[in-house]
Design a protein around this ligand. Structure first.
Ligand SMILES: O=c1ccn([C@@H]2O[C@H](COP(=O)(O)O)[C@@H](O)[C@H]2O)c(=O)[nH]1
Length: 241
């Protein structure tokens, strides 16, 4: 079960910094995992895999249980489609949603969100990319420079926060100012397999660098004891906050 009112983390509880990526094949497995994590986390991310397998209904279930929900579909399309898509996401009552950090896309997303409580995050450069991947995709710029440029454009567009790797937090914070969110995937506890992630840091390092939230999938969801894995992350965060 997610944390009950009696053991709910306080505002400064390190567990509030953790967003668990529920990259699972179906709702039954996602529900079982959330139960196993219990009071180890209360903020969950739903992406393509679960989203296309009943995850939107499950998002509602998590919200009704008092959990926070991040819908990570990384929208990128013509402006009208993005605006209407964001308006539809707003109606789900989730807390965070992502779009790619292209100026047209971000402006359309902000227009679609209107006055709703949904916070929009712009994904700068995926954490599975390095400079060589950007070059291969046709960009003549480094990851660091592209993230910095996109963070500036996100601020101008009125986006609420940025998704970037922990390595870029200092640059992004300078562009965004103190109040907007910095959310970092690419998090690996010391010794954990990086897998397809190329720009990684430990939870403690990322929090020390200034991340507001850490997105963590496999190191928690594939752990033998997911609650213990989440608690170990929280401990690392607490030791570095
Ligand atoms: O740049 C990005 C943007 C999003 N993600 C998402 O975060 C999680 C990370 O999962 P791990 O298993 O901890 O690698 C995953 O859902 C990605 O879609 C990202 O990794 N990088």
């Amino acid at each position: 079960m997610p944390p009950s009112a009696s053991n709910a983390p306080t505002a400064r509880d390190p567990r509030d910094s953790i967003i668990v990526a529920l990259d699972l094949p179906d709702v039954a497995q996602a529900r079982a995992l959330v139960t196993r994590i219990g009071d180890g986390a209360r903020f969950y991310k739903i992406g393509y895999r679960l989203g296309f397998a009943g995850g939107l209904t499950f998002a509602r279930e998590l919200v009704d249980q008092g959990c926070k929900v991040f819908l990570d579909f990384k929208l990128h399309d013509i402006g009208n489609t993005v605006s209407e898509g964001v308006a539809a996401i707003s109606a789900l009552g989730v807390d965070l949603a992502t779009v790619h950090a292209y100026p047209q896309t971000m402006q359309a997303a902000v227009a679609g969100r209107g006055e709703d409580a949904l916070k929009l995050l712009a994904v700068t450069v995926l954490t599975s990319y390095d400079d060589a991947d950007l070059a291969e995709a046709g960009y003549g710029t480094s990851v660091a420079d592209l993230v910095a440029r996109r963070a500036e454009q996100a601020r101008e567009a009125g986006i609420d926060g940025i998704v970037c790797a922990p390595q870029e937090i200092t640059t992004v914070r300078a562009a965004l100012g103190p109040d907007r969110l910095i959310v970092t995937p690419g998090i690996r506890p010391a010794g954990a397999d990086a897998g397809d992630q190329k720009r990684v840091m430990t939870p403690g390092e990322a929090v020390r660098a200034g991340a507001d939230h850490l997105v963590i999938g496999r190191p928690i969801t594939r752990a033998a004891d997911p609650r213990a894995a989440a608690m170990a992350v929280a401990e690392d965060i607490a030791g570095n906050a």
